[in-house]
Design a protein. Structure first.
Length: 153
């Protein structure tokens, strides 16, 4: 009698958990079922940026009216000017408007700045010395609320 009640207890427990095992089963879906599935959330990207460029050079190899070649050299480009640039809230979504599907990239809030240590005009593309005609600094850069749309054509 005890063996049969133990068997009944095991059978009853198996019947209780059977629906749970059936629900956990994975099954393939058809292409038409997959087409009906729509993602709702997109993704959000946060990142920091820290870059330094020693020299950017623009050259005019034939000069002006027979003069020798000349170059505009931008030296010590720092992104950011101090610390790091924080980009928070960059969003990537796919949307359809007026029958056109496109990738919508929401530009983030950016804290930080960009600086150029020296702008030089000279006769060489590698000039990081000599007199500078000025510097450039960009601060308070904020692109939040801007969106870039990418689509095929």
């Amino acid at each position: 009698m005890k063996k049969s009640s133990l068997f009944s207890l095991i059978a009853m427990a198996a019947l209780i958990f059977l629906p749970l095992f059936a629900m956990a089963q994975m099954s393939a879906i058809s292409d038409s079922q997959l087409e009906a599935i729509v993602g709702q959330d997109g993704i959000t990207i946060d990142m920091t940026l820290d870059a330094y460029i020693q020299l950017i050079s623009y050259g005019d190899t034939d000069g002006f009216s027979g003069s020798s070649a000349g170059y505009l050299n931008i030296a010590q480009l720092a992104i950011p000017d101090t610390g790091t640039i924080n980009l928070t809230g960059l969003t990537v979504d796919v949307e359809t408007t007026s029958g056109i599907s496109r990738l919508a990239i929401g530009l983030p809030t950016i804290s930080g700045g960009i600086s150029i240590g020296a702008i030089r005009v000279g006769s060489a593309a590698t000039s990081t010395s000599g007199s500078s005609i000025g510097t450039v600094s960009i601060s308070g850069l904020n692109l939040s609320g801007s969106t870039i749309y990418v689509r095929g054509h």
